[in-house]
Design a protein around this ligand. Sequence first.
Ligand code: ADP
Ligand code: MG
Length: 428
Amino acid sequence: MRGSSSGSSSSSPWPREALRRLAEDPVTFSKIILGFNPFPYQEKFLRDPGKRIIVCSGRQVGKSTAAAAKAIHFAATREKSIILVVSATLRQSLLIFSKITGFVEGSLLRYSVEKMLRSEIAFKNGSRMIALPCGGGDTLRGYSADLIVLDEAAFMPERVIANVVFPMISATGGYCWMLSTPWDRDHIFYRIWCDETGKWSKYHWPSEFNPLISREFLVEQRELIGEERFMVEFEARFLDDRDSFFPMAMLRRCVEDYEPRLEENSVYGYDPGGRESLAAIVGVKYDQEIGKWRLTYWRAEKCGRYADFNALIYDLHRAAPMERIIVDETGLGGPIVEHLRELGLPVIGVKLTEKVKEELFGRLKLMIERREIILPNDPQLLNHLNCIQYERTRSGGFRFGRRNGTHDDLAYALALALYYRPRRGFLI
Ligand SMILES: Nc1ncnc2c1ncn2[C@@H]1O[C@H](COP(=O)(O)OP(=O)(O)O)[C@@H](O)[C@H]1O
Ligand SMILES: [Mg+2]
């Protein structure tokens, strides 16, 4: 330890033992100072003195909260330490940072604060905590850190973790805690999870560990997001996407830190749901400045009557007129196209034969490989794309399917949207 801010000088009226306990035990510190009572599985993590910790967990299990408390203990007990709290997106890093500022403001520690901003706290003991998005790595360069907390690490570009984050802490002999819901296996988060050198302490927390999460909620989620995403996001198991037409490693390169918003003159793709599948709509718009397409809108949901989803689409068109909407008119799609046309939408129907699907997905894959499209960091959207599997047919073409327990409707909607080019009509 590099010193202590606990002030246990001989003149202190506080019992030395009690102060020592607070400084040495993050669990006691959390309970007494922060008013946070960790669950037993969080206690183990809080007490782990390791320099390298990896937590692979389900959603809502309490990893950000536990990491926030542990990081505050780190800042409070080590003078002049620099702590970076990094996520894939600014929104995510501010989310965990708001837990940190919430703990500090609600505790006695607020008297030890020199400066508190939305993304930075400077303590009187010289320690600083800073929230940063990892972006392409540029936001992080120039810092040296004693502790880096990577929240949702599986969603960060691998090269940033390997080339920017690790060099930063190896220079200071610092600490790194990686926390994430798992994702695919072609990523450093998975490789570290599998590391057997003993360098990393590992924690596996499925969501059901959290006693506040009810069985009913989990059953409902399983139904809602499909078996596969449930396994990944709530049971914290890694995804096997070896047979995927759009592997996660490929998709991740198109992912950027932005919030899609409704834009006029977007081109839409619409895959009407069936009894089993979801109704899905995706909007894209070409950004002249950067020469890329950007996803501007998406939505997928279980839908009883197509007229309801059509009404929603009509409202979208009223709010921001569409350039085009391309609709899958296979099967029951015919009347849906007709209805949208009656509503005055610039609709085009496309019959999804195997041949058209091949063109549609082939085109989309090319755009993804060339990074001609920008996607938001959203697990639902990425999972719909990633679950698409293919096999070669005897005629040399592709036949598409999807992994069991998945939904792929947003992938079809996106591919349909990109099937059309303004002015030039259909590309193929
Ligand atoms: N020990 C705890 N006691 C009470 N509530 C907790 C505890 N740990 C986490 N929570 C709550 O559980 C929810 C999920 O926590 P969070 O840290 O955001 O999870 P994760 O980052 O794993 O998704 C939050 O509402 C949080 O306040
Ligand atoms: Mg979290």
